[in-house]
Design a protein around this ligand. Structure first.
Ligand SMILES: [Zn+2]
Length: 274
């Protein structure tokens, strides 16, 4: 029997107009690790992309929904995805992990009547470990973003798999995510935004993080128009050349396999793309 841990990028849109015009899909990311399914940041279109996926991602495939923060492009589909996970609300099922701000801040994004469909709701805090069955993950410190935001490191058979979600760059990120085998970066822009209230990673920040952390694989996603114009696959190649680390650009529907293992312990190629 084979078990394959993978990351499926349902959507890769990162900035306002890429999302609003759906230049790229703003659906979230599906992780399948240690036999558990997680939806990370279900932005607009996540339900549609799950239904259109081949194979289809159904409610029974999802054990937890994780919201890194409450911004619209990360959370719009959270309610409908909870309903999907909980068999239309008929079976109390699954877990929701969300920040205090997303649950009870000024702009809570999870409807109250939907909250009763999940088995448990856990509030994300800094530097805390969480589990979904055998799948373990942790937060680090709070990211620098206009709302309460955390990134994640998931434990997998292939090593730590980290998501540096929305944030501006600050040197502590290199420490927090050190040791990641796979590093997914929300690289929204090619150059820093002139307005410092727009708090996102740019190309130079991604290069600094990849050079310092040196994962076995880095993936850029959540891209805005400046990255799309620069052709993300070419940007990834330049990042690879500059850092000596394998870097891929995520695209809508792309699956990155984290390694495929036979139960006898033999291992096939790591990081196959499909
Ligand atoms: Zn955001």
């Amino acid at each position: 029997m084979k078990t394959a841990d993978c990351i499926k990028f349902l959507g890769t849109a990162g900035a306002r107009f890429v999302v609003l015009k759906q230049v790229r899909s703003s659906a979230g990311t599906f992780l399948s690790i240690n036999g558990r399914g997680i939806i990370l940041d279900p932005g607009p279109g996540t339900l549609v992309r799950c239904a259109a996926s081949r194979p289809k991602i159904e409610g029974k495939d999802i054990d937890a929904i994780v919201l890194s923060h409450n911004h619209i492009d990360h959370s719009t589909d959270v309610n409908v995805m909870i309903e999907l996970m909980a068999d239309g609300g008929f079976t109390k099922r699954g877990a929701l992990f969300a920040t205090q701000e997303a649950l009870s801040g000024e702009d809570p994004v999870v409807l109250k009547y939907v909250r009763q469909f999940v088995e448990r709701i856990e509030i994300l805090k800094a530097d805390t470990e969480y589990a979904v069955g055998e799948l373990r993950f942790r937060t680090h410190g709070r990211h620098r973003h206009p709302t309460e935001t955390y990134g994640f490191t998931f434990s997998s058979q292939e090593g730590p798999v980290s998501f540096i979600v929305d944030t501006t760059f600050f040197p502590k990120l290199c420490e927090w995510y050190a040791g990641s085998a796979v590093l997914v970066l929300n690289m929204v822009r090619m150059t820093p935004h002139p307005n410092e209230k727009v708090m996102h990673l740019c190309y130079e920040d991604a290069r600094t993080l990849i050079s310092s952390i040196r994962p076995r694989l880095a993936v850029i996603t959540h891209v805005g128009m400046t990255v799309i114009k620069a052709k993300p696959w070419e940007v990834a190649r330049t990042l690879s050349d500059e850092t000596g680390v394998q870097v891929l650009a995520a695209s809508d529907g792309k699956t990155v396999e984290l390694g495929e293992r036979e139960t006898d312990g033999q291992q096939a190629d790591l990081f196959a793309e499909r």
